[in-house]
Design a protein around this ligand. Structure first.
Ligand SMILES: [Zn+2]
Length: 207
């Protein structure tokens, strides 16, 4: 292939990319990470958080789901393992972060076992590890999940769900933390929707 053909191919690829039809990966919907998903602490709850100079109004940037230690944790969508933490220290403990094609990342913390490696591709629902508890709260086993959105996904999130009452969470290399309840459609119960609505997060559109 000569240079002219290669450039034409790249341009054509770019045009196809811009003009392509919406795909499943364009949506912000996520599956549930556990078979049974009971929310025990939602987005923005501030109990158990101590204010610091850097973070005077700390809040819970994620969703806690009740799970006995050893419960299988599945990927909320297909993606790539972006990061694995094996040290069971601090508040987070062991964890896995996935990067998804729709601009979201999902993070699974307080694991008792990690069963994937960084760089590994995973399909939706694939086993990532086993749940556990935070090293800071070993007596309360649960799974913590945080969903982050990059700039494009954040714009879609705002368009679909509006701005939550407490605003969005901190921005890190993995994106901006967003409330996960409206995204984890399969986790929905009437109570979760009511609580998300009370916090100013619009319930999801009918799929
Ligand atoms: Zn949590």
């Amino acid at each position: 292939m000569n240079a002219g053909v290669a450039i034409a191919a790249i341009v054509a690829g770019g045009l196809l990319l811009l003009g392509r039809r919406p795909r499943a990966g364009d949506t912000l919907a996520l599956g549930r990470p556990l078979d049974q998903a009971l929310v025990t602490s939602g987005w923005g709850d501030s109990r158990d958080y101590r204010a610091t100079a850097d973070n005077p109004h700390p809040k819970h940037e994620g969703l806690d789901l009740r799970a006995a230690t050893g419960t299988p944790v599945g990927a909320m969508a297909a993606g790539v393992v972006a990061y694995v933490r094996l040290e069971h220290t601090g508040v987070s403990g062991r964890g896995v972060r996935l990067s998804h094609p729709n601009g979201l990342t999902t993070e699974y913390l307080h694991l008792s076992r990690v069963l994937v490696r960084a760089g590994q591709r995973v399909s939706a629902g694939e086993l990532l590890g086993l749940s556990g508890s935070s090293p800071a709260r070993p007596d309360v086993p649960h799974l913590h999940v945080t969903v982050r959105a990059n700039a494009a996904a954040l714009a879609r999130y705002r368009r679909l769900y509006g701005m939550p009452a407490g605003g969005f969470g901190s921005t890190t290399r993995g994106g901006t933390a967003v409330p996960a309840e409206p995204l984890v459609r399969a986790t929905y119960t009437a109570a979760v929707i009511a609580r998300a609505s009370a916090r100013g997060v619009a319930p999801p559109r009918a799929a």
